[in-house]
Design a protein around this ligand. Sequence first.
Ligand SMILES: [Zn+2]
Length: 64
Amino acid sequence: MDEEEQELEKCYIIGCDGEAVKELDSSLIPALQSLKLRLKTKKRPIKVCKKHYSMIKRASRALR
Ligand SMILES: [Zn+2]
């Protein structure tokens, strides 16, 4: 049986232990900064958990 290997990364945001399931588009970076969230790494693309992703999405709508 073939098992697909999945790389499960953690959310890049400091203090968060969630699974990184979403990649942040560069257009969402200003929203990330507006939330004053700090990242554990400078790796790109930034990957975040579901919770942070929706938080950032919401913030990006408010920025417009
Ligand atoms: Zn997170």
